[in-house]
Design a protein around this ligand. Structure first.
Ligand SMILES: Cc1cc2nc3c(=O)[nH]c(=O)nc-3n(C[C@H](O)[C@H](O)[C@H](O)COP(=O)(O)OP(=O)(O)OC[C@H]3O[C@@H](n4cnc5c(N)ncnc54)[C@H](O)[C@@H]3O)c2cc1C
Length: 778
């Protein structure tokens, strides 16, 4: 029986109900909040009588609330251990800890799955996402990415899963078991992304629960942020914290995890997010800078009297190891309740299973997607709406202002003036979460998924300003496997980095350590500054410097140039990209440069020729004119090869080679290209312990100690079995050079004496066909 005191609605619950009546929160949220304020027993005893007052005024809402109540308590009437809840020291406790009630509340709709044929799409989606956390996928993924469609995943297994959840909670009483990992498909309700802001920061919601610390990492967003939702739904004050430790973020030497451009982006993104948090909830980010993150967190927890730490997981092994240690320490030694969330990737590295696929083909996206399909990962689920409320703590612990993190600190000249190299970057981008959605929307609406144009979303994705799950959800209708596969590439990179934590510095194929590289510093500098004398390469490198971004095609052009023509080590390219790209990502960047440098698991089987590539991607020269203004007046015919331009035209265009625009730093591309192939052939010859004698495939040691045959280019394999062969049928690039050289020679001769040139060509062709016939007869 309810006590007399319990029969009256508390002022907090009254306010919550009032907000629900006014449409600020919906029925689910109202119930969850009242439950967290009043506790299990009181809610069970008084909730229905408390809502009686709205039965006539708002019968629809009354019905919804009654259903939520009914669903919740009917699920739990068989769980006697859950009844023992009480309010203690101002916050709700139970056998299983405070979180129990919120989690239970969120499972309300879990038992009742509407028939999709009868439900409207929104209702169905909402209810399913409540339920999705319980339900193992029944069908195979349907989109080729190992990504489950949530509508296939419906099975009424709630009671079984709730029991599992209970036993998990029981374990939570014991220190070490307290750390929980949540997949992105967690038990938080989904709402419409474009729903109007609810203005919950103004709700007079008196909080008595112990604060929650949300340690924000790379999920700098409000929409579809499971960790933020979880923090919010506990109904306690939330401290959103961002802790910067440059040393830790940089990783081991030469990883350069925190390059200059990414730090600028991070600064701007944090500024925007802080603004969004303040605007929406009146609860901004607490910034900290430290060299000892563990201690800093302990201090925040102590000062705020918080008992729960919520974290977004990151996957770079060097930061993950640190985070694991911090969490273990806090949980074991301080009894802190830790909740960790995964939402930065679609498939976390630890969830990938190669057992039924084996390792053959590892490094290719096809192999990876097959592994994802075979792995028993949880369904990806639907994006979550931004939390409706995020109460603020009264006594905010001391913190810093964003500028004090010095993320965007610019160098200063001797005369005291600032060299603001980031000014053009700031002009080129919208760093907000909205900017991410605008980029995606524009891309999807213009339907450019299969064109050369890309969505320019990589920095937003890198900092989690948009979740890959949201992109997947929005882009699914496009049915563009090419675009969706890119998200799988991203996950693949993190998986490889987890398997090979030295990816940014150590060749994955061990014998490629002996690859011969040039140390020509002048060449490196010319490449970095965009002064190679090859307009396409220079335009791209200048765009990179000025805007912090390049599309995928251009990244391949400049990487090919550095590796295959200048013979500079791919690590130089990796480091430069890490420092200048806004989306610089240790995992993706290292994977791509290793592949370009041939030591990665998926060797590139092409090399971009700086002039040929230009014919494909910039036939009229507009791109070059934009980034190399000194070539602005050059005619289309010569814009990509000014060295071929007659002096009179150069003069007319105000171009003076070697003065206004550089001479080419190398001229014989064919020779350079052949040399780079030869270097790989040589090292394979010298280190045959890592080459399979039967197949010619490179062998890579894997952690079990075995040598694994990996994807190896045909032209390398051919040369191994035909060491003296002058020609290589698989070297399309070299063949291309030869025919281009011949074409150029003919064009030159035609200009001089057309008749003689044509006759000469006829004679040569005749000789070639005679030779070929002779070979056939033999
Ligand atoms: C040498 C080299 C270095 C690179 N370094 C990075 C890097 O540091 N950070 C980075 O995000 N991308 C990197 N890429 C991959 C790719 O070039 C960029 O992701 C892409 O150009 C970004 O443009 P977008 O947002 O329009 O992507 P889209 O082409 O529209 O693709 C959508 C998203 O998929 C992911 N993606 C696309 N291509 C790849 C890929 N090959 N591998 C992994 N994920 C991919 C990105 O997150 C991207 O934002 C690199 C590519 C090369 C050749």
């Amino acid at each position: 029986m309810a006590t007399t005191e319990e029969e009256y609605i508390s002022s907090e619950s009254f306010d919550i109900l009032h907000n629900c009546i006014n449409g600020c929160i919906d029925a689910d949220e109202c119930f969850c909040m009242m439950l967290s304020v009043d506790g299990f027993d009181k809610t069970r005893n008084t909730f229905l009588s408390n809502i009686e007052q709205i039965e006539f005024a708002n019968p629809v809402l009354h019905k919804q609330l009654t259903e939520v109540y009914g669903g919740y308590f009917s699920n739990w009437h068989n769980s006697p251990s859950a009844i023992e809840c009480s309010v203690e020291n101002g916050y709700l406790t139970s056998d299983f800890g405070y979180e129990l009630d919120m989690d239970m509340a969120l499972r309300v709709s879990g038992g009742e799955i509407p028939n999709p044929d009868n439900a409207n799409e929104d209702e169905f989606t909402t209810t399913l996402s409540y339920a999705s956390c319980f339900q193992p996928p029944k069908k195979k993924p349907d989109d080729g990415l190992g990504m489950y469609n949530i509508k296939d995943d419906v099975s009424p297994q709630c009671s079984k899963d709730i029991k599992q959840e209970q036993s998990l909670r029981r374990k939570n009483k014991h220190g070490a078991e307290k750390v929980q990992n949540h997949n992105i498909t967690n038990s938080i309700p989904v709402k419409e992304r474009k729903r109007k802001s609810q203005g919950m920061s103004s709700v007079p919601y008196s909080i008595s629960n112990r604060p929650i610390v949300y340690w924000m990492r790379k999920d700098l967003r409000l929409y579809d942020n499971p960790a933020l939702c979880a923090a919010s739904l506990k109904g306690a004050p939330v401290l959103v914290t961002f802790i910067w430790s440059e040393k830790d973020e940089n990783g081991p030497i030469n990883f350069l995890g925190a390059g200059g451009a990414t730090k600028v982006w991070l600064h701007e993104a944090l500024k925007e997010l802080n603004k969004d948090l303040i605007d929406k909830y009146g609860n901004g980010i607490l910034f900290y800078k430290t060299s000892d993150v563990g201690n800093q967190i302990k201090e925040i927890m102590r000062q705020s009297n918080a008992q729960t730490l919520i974290i977004d997981n990151v996957y770079e092994p060097f930061v993950k190891q640190r985070d694991d240690k911090i969490c273990e320490d806090l949980s074991k030694n301080k009894g802190i309740n830790i909740e960790r969330f995964d939402s930065l990737l679609l498939h976390e590295p630890d969830s990938i299973n190669t057992e039924s696929v084996y390792m053959r083909g590892i490094g290719s996206v096809v192999h990876f997607m097959e592994c994802c399909r075979q792995s028993s990962t949880k369904p990806i689920g639907h994006p979550l709406d931004s939390p409706p409320f995020l109460p603020k703590i009264d006594n905010i612990p001391s913190s810093m202002v964003l500028d004090e993190l010095k993320l965007a600190k610019m160098p200063v000249r001797k005369d005291g003036t600032v060299i603001d190299w980031a000014a053009p970057i700031r002009k080129s981008w919208d760093f907000s979460e909205k900017g991410a959605w605008d980029a995606l929307t524009m891309f999807l609406e213009e339907g450019r998924a299969d064109n050369l144009n890309t969505c320019r979303i990589s920095p937003y994705l890198h900092f989690g300003q948009i979740s890959p799950r949201s992109i997947l959800t929005e882009a699914r209708h496009m049915k563009s496997p090419k675009f969706l596969r890119k998200l799988a590439w991203r996950d693949l990179a993190y998986w490889l980095l987890t398997l090979w934590p030295d990816l940014p510095v150590e060749p994955t194929r061990p014998h490629y350590k002996h690859q011969r590289w040039s140390d020509n510093k002048a060449h490196l500098k010319a490449w970095q500054r965009g002064n190679t004398g090859y307009p396409l390469v220079d335009a791209a490198m200048r765009q990179l410097w000025l805007t912090g971004w390049l599309n995928n095609y251009m990244r391949h052009v400049v990487a090919s140039f550095l590796i295959s023509y200048l013979h500079l080590h791919w690590k130089e390219g990796y480091l430069w990209f890490q420092d200048t790209l806004l989306d610089a990502d240790v995992a993706i960047n290292a994977m791509m440069w290793q592949n370009g440098g041939m030591s990665g698991l998926d060797q590139w089987n092409f090399v971009m020729h700086p002039v040929d590539a230009a014919m494909t991607c910039d036939p009229k020269g507009d791109y070059v004119r934009q980034w190399c203004p000194e070539l602005q007046k050059m005619p289309e015919e010569f814009i990509h090869k000014p060295w071929k331009c007659p002096p009179s035209i150069l003069k007319r265009c105000n171009v003076q080679l070697g003065v206004t625009y550089p001479h080419r730093i190398i001229t014989n591309l064919e020779e350079a290209r052949e040399q780079s192939l030869k270097d790989v052939m040589d090292l394979r010859k010298k280190h045959q312990e890592y080459v399979c004698p039967r197949t010619g495939l490179d062998l890579v040691p894997i952690p079990s100690g075995l040598l694994l045959p990996v994807i190896t280019r045909k032209e390398f394999r051919y040369k191994l079995s035909n060491p003296d062969s002058k020609d290589n049928p698989y070297s399309a690039v070299l063949k291309g050079y030869r025919s281009r050289q011949r074409d150029e020679a003919i064009a030159y001769a035609n200009q001089r004496d057309f008749l003689a040139s044509t006759m000469n060509e006829c004679v040569l062709r005749h000789d070639r066909s005679q030779k070929a016939n002779k070979e056939i007869r033999l």
